[in-house]
Design a protein around this ligand. Sequence first.
Ligand SMILES: CC(C)(COP(=O)(O)OP(=O)(O)OC[C@H]1O[C@@H](n2cnc3c(N)ncnc32)[C@H](O)[C@@H]1OP(=O)(O)O)[C@@H](O)C(=O)NCCC(=O)NCCS
Length: 192
Amino acid sequence: MNGQHLQGKLVRLCSPADAESMGKAWSRWSQDMDYYRSLDSDPPRFFSAKFIKDEEEKNQEKVDTGSFFFTVRTVQEDRLIGFTALWEISWPHGEAFVSIGIGEPEYRGRGYGTEAMQLTLEYAFEELNLWRVSLFVFESNLRGIRSYEKCGFVREGVIRQAMRRDGRRWDWYLMGVLRPEWQALQAAQPET
Ligand SMILES: CC(C)(COP(=O)(O)OP(=O)(O)OC[C@H]1O[C@@H](n2cnc3c(N)ncnc32)[C@H](O)[C@@H]1OP(=O)(O)O)[C@@H](O)C(=O)NCCC(=O)NCCS
């Protein structure tokens, strides 16, 4: 990270884009079966840009202290490529879940998602003062699992055979990272 808040070398975390841009991007991403099926166990739905835009307009009016949503934009071209979200935040216990999606396919597998997750964890631990962050990932999502391990997540549990897909059943993994683990990882990283 280059020291600038919520910005790394590749991406920065931003507030939601205007509802129209979010609608167009989210609708396009929802047509991508690989993306949708990595993100969600629900059968894929192809959302129209108008549907997302209308939902987004309602969301942007709400102040919800139980979740934080970020768009992920590239540093170089300022392009909207995905999102991260902290949700189900429990303030008494200092814990939350995190979700991530790099919707633009050409930006997957190039380090953008890992950096976006690292920035989201920085926000969770440094700004929100959380103690742990959890996520669920499908057994089949090897790229996601590797990316989360690089961010300090460890596998804590297995939800056995929770998903039926492509003629077989798949496990879900519960992964989590604690603030001291994340801090140790930061301390071990060379200064840039
Ligand atoms: C999951 C996701 C956020 C990861 O972000 P990304 O930018 O694609 O991932 P990165 O390039 O930062 O890192 C991927 C790592 O997985 C590794 N990897 C890629 N494919 C792999 C595979 N089949 N098996 C094992 N490791 C794999 C890469 O080599 C890289 O590790 P390395 O840097 O040590 O070489 C992104 O791919 C995404 O949004 N996918 C679609 C939606 C999704 O899965 N969301 C998460 C649901 S839990």
